[in-house]
Design a protein around this ligand. Sequence first.
Ligand SMILES: [Zn+2]
Length: 220
Amino acid sequence: MFIGHYGPALAAKAAVKTVPLWVLFVAAQWVDFLWAAFVIAGVEKARIVENFIGVTPLDLYYMPYTHGLPSAVLLSLAMGGVVALAFKGDRVAVVLAVAAVAFSHWLLDLIVHAPDLALVFDQMKVGFGLWAYPYISVPVEIALVLGGVWLYDRAVPSPRRAGTIALWGLGFAMAALQVQNSFFNEHPKDPAAFAMLSLTGYTALAVLAAGVDYLRRPRT
Ligand SMILES: [Zn+2]
């Protein structure tokens, strides 16, 4: 899953208003940030197989450290703990909400991935494979993001019109990015380049989310 991961991040704003959106964006892709770094470092492995599943060319045959279930749980809790230490607010609520956003990554991957998510270390792999049907999976991803935008905008309305426009603008831009990425994209030819592109994309989206945070900051 790509932009769909940001749906839970946007929705979490309703629960933990003190945590910036960009932090929730990083939490939502936290295990993929590590995955990309590990693929570049050669610790986790993938290979490019044209149309491996639907329009997705990645065979993710070895990623136990980031996408194995036990690791994903631990990484999510760690992310929740770090964010709770760094930002004010009800600490228990922040740990739970941020850990839930981080772990939603694994659950959403479970829906779309081929069976490549290990339940124990690199064993017993699961994945329901919705990516085989991109004309279903892409609308699902877009619905998750726009649903999250709607929830966030309703729970924490922007004090400025620019903040509302920026949030919805980001949501629709992400939807366009998903369509482009799924149907009109030349994929990188090796996994490390793919990982680098992912890192760049996730970082750019977190920076744009910080811009949205700025435009939606409370009036003083
Ligand atoms: Zn992932």
